[in-house]
Design a protein around this ligand. Structure first.
Ligand code: ZN
Length: 432
């Protein structure tokens, strides 16, 4: 039988397995060799199932003592098919086969070292070195494993503690959120009530707004009407001011009484006072002229606040008269009826005398005032005469008895001229 030679893949020294292989059956040897050679070509982790387990059982001591193949007497008790199916780390077990051990070593070496490209087969010394390395590494790994477990425990505790704290925090947060939810629900109810109140208020405000606009339109309409009225009032005021300005320049006496003359006959308000043989005037017109003259004298005396003594003047159109203020009041007519001229002529003359007396009283009172009245013709009330004191100095009687129409008419004209002066005087007084 020829010995089988191998080169150790670690130290490159030749290995002799003839003694070892000599103790084995040729079949077993071939199978072991074949498995040894093929094991290098198998995938890591695969297990070999060749060879009878009983003859392959050995321990590391026997391998190191020259690879003797003598079997241990107690090896028959070992389970035969489980010894070559597992790779056991740590101490070598007698149930391992060399092939399995080598494969295991190779796998472990490949796994752990990675850098060292060690292949099979390897010699016993290299195997021992490798095992020592593996043991050392295993110790380190176990230490790291313990450290890992310790730190894993610490981390787990810390994580548990953290998670517990987080859970407590979350429970507090949940309680707070529940409380907050209750408050939110309360707020929601309150807001709903507020919303309802706001809607009611909005409705009320809308009604008020509508009422406001109605009132506003009504007031606007009233405003326009008042504006129109104001414009109208302004126009009326403007017109009244114009009238007022015109009236201020107007004397009520001058506007009411117009005295002029047509030749020898004096005229008041278009009524002739007097008559001439050449210019006959009806008694009706003369009576009207006397009525206007009586009204003028009464207005003038009222203007200066004069109350006549002895007589009361009553102007009454063409039936004006004077009333005596004596104990026996007598009416003196300032008119003459055409058919009754003879009987009424005495009283008519007395009335004209009384009128002249009243005019004299007015003259005397007016002369006392500021800017006293100054008449051009003197009045002689006791004798009933008008004195033409300006030019001729003649006297003209105002009576009709024993008097000519020319003299009577002249006396009446002079009296009217005096009244014209009186009108101008009183008009000046009115404008002061
Ligand atoms: Zn070696």
């Amino acid at each position: 039988m020829s010995s089988i030679r191998f080169i150790c893949q670690g130290c490159r020294q030749p290995m002799k397995l003839d003694q070892f292989m000599g103790t084995l059956d040729p079949e077993t040897t071939q199978e072991s060799a074949a498995s040894t050679f093929t094991s290098a070509q198998q995938e890591p982790g695969e297990t070999l199932e060749h060879g009878p387990p009983a003859r392959a059982e050995t321990d590391s001591e026997k391998l190191r003592d020259g690879a003797s193949c003598s079997t241990h007497p107690g090896d028959d008790k070992m389970p035969r098919d489980s010894s070559n199916k597992f790779i056991l780390l740590g101490k070598f077990d007698s149930a391992r086969t060399l092939t399995n051990i080598q494969k295991t070593i190779r796998d472990i070496s490949d796994i752990l070292t990675g850098e060292k490209d060690m292949d099979h087969p390897i010699c016993e010394d290299c195997t021992d070195k490798l095992l020592e390395q593996i043991d050392t590494h295993l110790v380190i790994v176990e230490s790291e494993n313990q450290s890992y477990k310790y730190w894993m425990g610490r981390i787990h505790e810390e994580e548990t503690k953290t998670l517990q704290e987080e859970l407590e925090g979350l429970e507090l947060e949940e309680a707070r959120l529940v409380q907050e939810l209750k408050e939110v629900e309360k707020n929601q109810e309150r807001i709903a009530e507020d919303l309802e109140a706001a809607r009611a208020e909005t409705k009320m405000l809308d009604q008020q707004d509508e009422q406001y606009w109605r009132d506003y339109s009504y007031l606007q309409w009233q405003h326009l009407e008042l504006q129109d009225e104001l414009e109208s009032m302004k126009n009326q005021l403007r017109h009244a001011q114009i009238q007022w300005g015109r009236l201020k320049k107007t004397s009520v006496f001058s506007a009411t009484f117009e005295i002029r003359h047509d030749g020898p006959v004096g005229i008041i308000n278009n009524f002739r006072l007097g008559c001439l043989p050449t210019t006959p005037v009806s008694w009706k017109e003369i009576n009207m002229a006397w009525g206007q003259t009586a009204l003028l004298l009464l207005a003038l005396s009222n203007k200066i606040g004069l109350e006549f003594q002895r007589y009361r003047l009553i102007p009454c159109g063409n039936r004006s008269y004077l009333k005596s203020l004596t104990d026996d009041p007598v009416q003196l007519p300032l008119f003459c009826i055409a058919g009754q001229r003879t009987c009424s002529q005495v009283k008519f003359d007395q009335a004209m005398m009384a009128f002249l007396d009243c005019m004299q009283q007015f003259k005397e009172e007016a002369e006392k005032a500021k800017w006293g009245l100054c008449l051009p013709y003197r009045i002689h009330a006791e004798s009933g005469l008008m004195e033409d004191s300006g030019s001729s100095g003649e006297f003209y009687s105002i009576k009709t008895h024993l008097n000519s129409e020319e003299q009577w008419t002249k006396a009446l004209k002079l009296m009217l001229i005096n009244f014209k002066y009186s009108l101008a005087w009183v008009s000046l007084r009115c404008q002061e």
